[in-house]
Design a protein around this ligand. Structure first.
Ligand SMILES: N[C@@H](CCC(=O)N[C@@H](CS)C(=O)NCC(=O)O)C(=O)O
Length: 383
C-alpha cells in the first residue's frame, strides 16, 4: 500500500519526498483530488497538521508534517540507505546541506518570490536584501560544487534532493540565465540533478525561467508613482513632489490628450534622457536617491522645464530614463552648466513626426507598466 502524501502535484516540498521515494523504492502516492486552500483547511487535515500547511504524509504510525522530516522518514524506511550517507560525518554533512538548502537558499528564494506573487508586501529594499543573501548562499554553494559533483560523497544523497528541489523554485520562477551564470557550478549541478532519471520521473522536463515575474499590483504597497500633469505652456510651480497615482482609466484620453493640445512645439522642445552608467545602479534606494538628487538640482530650471524620470527593472542594475520638456528648442545652456547630472545622461530630442517616439512620450507621462518590457521601480515627476 502506498503512503499518502497530501499536497498539490506541483509542490516542490512534496517533490523532495517523491524523489526520495523513487530512490528508496517506497511507494508514495499523492492524495487524490487534493485542492490547495480547501483540502488543507478541513478539520481532518488540521488534525494531521495544526498549521494547515502541506505537505503532510500519512503513515501507519500517524501523520508527519514538515517536508524535510517527511523526506527523512521515507529515506530511513530502507536500512543503510545510501541517500543518508555511509558514515557519521557523511550523515552530518547531509544534515548540514539540508539545513543550508532550507535556511539559506529556500528562505531567500521564498522571500523574493512571495511578494512578487502578491503573497506578501513588496518592498524594494527588502527584495534587495533577500537577493543579496541568496547570492551569498549561491556563492558559497558554487565554491563547494567547484570541486564536488554532489554535495556529500560520490553519489546522490538526500541533501542533493532537498537542495535541487529548493533550487527548482529559483530556476523555474526567478533566476534567469543571466542571474545564474554568475554561479556556473550551481548551474551544472542543478541541471545534472534534475536530469537524473529518478528526478525526471517526478519533475519532468525542467525549463529555466526567462524573466522575473512582475510584482502583482494588488498587494503592492503605497509606492506612489506620480501622475504627470501636462504643463506645456504654464509656468511650472514647484520642485519635484509626489502625488498619488491617478487611476489609469481615461488618463490617456484626458491628460495625455490635454498635454498634446496644450503643447506648443515652437516654444518648447521635448527630450529623452538615458542614464549613461546604468551598470552602476545595483542598489535600488541608491538609484532612487540619485534620481531624487537630480530632480532637486534641477530646481534652478523649474521655470523652464517639466520632467518625468523612470527607474526601470525588476532587478538590478536598474535603468534610469526620462522625458523632459524645456522652454526653447535647445536644452537651456545654464542648465547644462549648472546641473552636473546633465552630462551623466544621453540627451535625444524627441522627433514628433515619429509616431513611435510620440507613443514613448505618452508611455513615460503615463508611467506605463511594463515600460519597454520591464516593471517600474519608481516614477518621479518634476514640475
Ligand atoms: N516548512 C514547511 C513549509 C510548508 C509550506 O509553506 N507549505 C505551503 C505550500 S508550499 C502551504 O501549505 N501554504 C498554505 C498556507 O500557508 O496556508 C515544509 O517544508 O513543509
Amino acid at each position: 500500500m502506498a503512503l499518502v502524501l497530501h499536497a498539490g502535484s506541483t509542490n516542490k516540498n512534496a517533490y523532495k519526498t517523491l524523489i526520495a521515494a523513487e530512490y528508496t523504492g517506497v511507494k508514495v502516492a499523492l492524495a487524490p483530488n487534493f485542492e490547495m486552500g480547501v483540502s488543507n483547511k478541513t478539520p481532518e487535515f488540521l488534525k494531521m497538521n495544526p498549521i494547515g500547511k502541506v505537505p503532510v504524509l500519512e503513515t501507519p504510525d500517524g501523520p508527519i508534517f514538515e517536508s524535510n522530516a517527511i523526506a527523512r522518514y521515507v529515506t530511513r524506511l530502507k536500512a543503510d540507505n545510501p541517500l543518508y550517507g555511509l558514515s557519521p560525518i557523511d550523515y552530518a554533512h547531509i544534515e548540514q546541506w539540508i539545513d543550508f538548502g532550507s535556511l539559506e537558499i529556500d528562505a531567500n528564494i521564498g522571500g523574493w518570490l512571495r511578494p512578487r506573487m502578491g503573497r506578501a508586501v513588496y518592498l524594494p529594499p527588502a527584495e534587495e536584501a533577500v537577493i543579496s543573501a541568496l547570492k551569498r548562499a549561491l556563492g558559497a554553494l558554487n565554491t563547494h560544487l567547484a570541486s564536488n559533483t554532489y554535495l556529500v560523497g560520490h553519489c546522490v544523497t538526500l541533501a542533493d534532493i532537498v537542495m535541487a528541489c529548493n533550487l527548482f523554485m529559483g530556476f523555474t520562477k526567478l533566476m534567469t540565465k543571466s542571474f545564474t551564470s554568475e554561479f556556473p557550478h550551481v548551474e551544472r549541478y542543478f541541471w545534472t540533478m534534475v536530469n537524473q532519471p529518478n528526478f525526471k520521473k517526478v519533475l519532468g522536463e525542467v525549463k529555466q525561467t526567462d524573466s522575473v515575474p512582475a510584482v502583482q499590483s494588488a498587494k503592492k504597497p503605497a509606492h506612489p508613482k506620480e501622475a504627470a500633469k501636462p504643463k506645456a505652456k504654464e509656468e511650472p510651480k514647484k520642485e519635484a513632489k509626489k502625488e498619488p497615482a491617478k487611476p489609469k482609466t481615461n488618463f490617456r484620453e484626458v491628460a495625455i490628450k490635454g498635454f498634446w493640445e496644450m503643447y506648443d512645439p515652437e516654444g518648447y522642445s521635448l527630450w529623452f534622457c538615458d542614464y549613461k552608467y546604468n551598470d552602476e545602479n545595483t542598489v535600488s534606494f541608491v538609484t532612487l536617491n540619485k534620481v531624487g538628487g537630480f530632480l532637486q538640482r534641477m530646481d534652478l530650471a523649474r521655470k523652464y522645464a517639466f520632467g518625468k524620470m523612470l527607474v526601470i527593472g525588476a532587478n538590478p542594475p536598474y535603468k534610469v530614463k526620462g522625458l523632459w520638456l524645456f522652454r526653447g528648442q535647445e536644452i537651456p545652456e545654464f542648465v547644462m552648466q549648472e546641473c552636473y547630472d546633465m552630462e551623466l545622461y544621453e540627451w535625444t530630442k524627441v522627433d514628433l513626426s515619429d509616431e513611435n517616439q510620440k507613443e514613448r512620450v505618452n508611455q513615460m507621462i503615463e508611467d506605463q507598466e511594463p515600460f519597454e518590457g520591464e516593471p517600474l521601480l519608481d516614477a518621479k515627476c518634476f514640475k
